[in-house]
Design a protein around this ligand. Sequence first.
Ligand code: SAH
Length: 227
Amino acid sequence: MIWGIIGAMPSEIALLQTQMSNVKKETISGLTYQSGVIRGKEVVLCCSEIGKVNAAMCAQTLALRYNVGCMINTGVAGCTCDDLTVLDLVLSRDLVFHDYDWKLQEKYHPHTSSFPGDPGLIALAQKALAGMSEHIGYKLGRIATGDVFVEDEGLRRSIIERTHPDCVEMEGAAIALVAYSNQIPCLVIRCMSDNANGDAGMSFDTFEKIAADHSAKLLLSMLELAE
Ligand code: SAH
């Protein structure tokens, strides 16, 4: 099985790149796909760039051009729940869009407005977390995706009221929708870089790199453990 791995920003794939051997690169529609091996597993790694459309384009290429057997999105997010803090992780129990009308999504393709994380990948992530030497707080929760960096308190409140997420980011549900449409198991792993509030910009700048590495470290342990 080939693992398709997406990070939206260079920081989110940096650690994984250092662990990759036999690297071959191919650029398709402006995005560069790196095929190779990490922890003995065949992977295709791509930096999709930010936002839903870039992420969807990347996921669809992983599905059709590389025939990946699963898709993992690793990266950072803004926390919108009370029981996690910056540098804790969310594993996608499910993903929703906070800027798309759920009634329209249910009426038209893909006829659903929530995309579940794959149970097998969730179990592997939980096993990997249990075995990690460094303690990382985490939650199996809901991730809400939209094309906006959430730092406005009013928008934060409105997203929480409408979609009840544990964190917000800008790519996960788009990747999950593509995976769902292609019947590919998918998991989104996000480490909190900020609290999606008025301080989000400063917090993001401070914690982006360390949070991105935390999420990537979990993925490395998953690859190590996988059959
Ligand atoms: N200030 C940064 C913002 C980049 S966008 C810049 O100008 O470069 C933020 C990226 O991190 C997106 O890929 C998104 O998925 C994630 N993210 C982290 N915190 C977020 C938040 N509060 N709201 C939305 N996305 C967030």
